[in-house]
Design a protein around this ligand. Sequence first.
Ligand SMILES: [Zn+2]
Length: 454
Amino acid sequence: MLSPGQRVRSRRRALAGCVIAGCIALVTGCGAAAPRPSPVMSNYERSTGNAIRRDCGYSSPLPAKPGWSVWLFCDTEVTRGQAIERLILGTGTAADGPYRAGLAPAGLSEVPTPPARPALPGTAAPQPFLPAPQGLRLPGGMLPCTGPGGYPATWISGVTRAPSAATAGPLLISYDDYCVTGAGDASAEGFGLAEYDPSSNLLGAVTLVFSSAFGPPLPQQQVLGSPVAGEDGYLYLFGFCHAAPAPAGCGIGQVFLARTVAAPAYWRNPFTYQYWTGDRWSSQAAAAGSLIPAGHPLGISVGDYSADGHGLVMIEQTSLAGGFQAWQAGSPAGPWRRILTDPVSGAPLEISRRRFPSAALADHIRTRDKTCRFPGCSIPAEKCELDHTKPYAEGGFTSEDNLGALCLRHHKLKDEDTGWTLLQTEPGYFIWTTPQGKTHEVPPEPYEEPPPPF
Ligand SMILES: [Zn+2]
């Protein structure tokens, strides 16, 4: 049985979201047979032989230092052998180091507590990063958040490039406050945003936006993270209800979206936040609807990979062992589509701009389609070509929802200038339009879903 400490750690890990390995796997995943990323070691670990274990991990490129990223973590434990050398709880830790997209950083240097200037590269030990939260209460009462094994925690929930020049730093960090009790509970009591300048290691405004102050925990719709700056001038944030046990007022497996105007005067003001209901924006947190059909999130992390041609990507952590599934969308409100993941490694099969699908994705498409997808054509999919429904040359993804089996003849019919057009409205659902404008729908064949990867 887990000790209370282990239980809190597990739960915390679950709450805190995306594990580093998951995030890197996503970037490298891209359908290639990507090797598993090697463990990310800090220079402190290399120089002392001590080991650092950290909860959650979020990174952002350093705007003023090309090729470097800052890495933000939640609770951090330093061990020497079996002995705990150092425990940094509730304030997070930070490190930075050289980084290339798709690769794990090779040498992280710990960032000292702001505003101390970092010595880089350095071998110093991890230090607390964010200020400890003030005024948290034990769940369900007025007593201060203390007690054996308990502590008030600020857990980092995401980081993005600050979407406004009017900030004290170029990065915007989201965090959630929890009262962790020795019994293994963690109740959410706040959500906030911190402005940060990594080049000088200075924290600007650290604003507690939502706070439950007294009484019941903060509604999960307001326990936000994964800040994403939209192209439309809004700052988007995501929240979720974990699978089990679902907190009160929260549907199991839901993922929520909130927004405010992407300027400090707005994101610091709790009354400017709106929630996506599924078809409109509401100022009522309780009206928030889920972005995905019943998921299994223990944590979520959303990143904007538009610059790499992947749009927005959401990692839904589905197990403490690191299982996850990935979702993709063109804009924050969706629609979010699940990215097919490898049942063994959990890595995305394809979200890529590579032209040719991986063998696994190709197999999946042929199994799904069974035959050529032209109406009435019965040529088996094994003898078909895999067509990009939206042509690769026009920006079409090599993905589950943009590939289909077409026999040579019908592939030609589509690609040559014959007036036939083809849409894939959801994975495996094709709509052909004849040169005369008549449509033929080709729904997916009955298909047996493989067992989930966890
Ligand atoms: Zn055909």
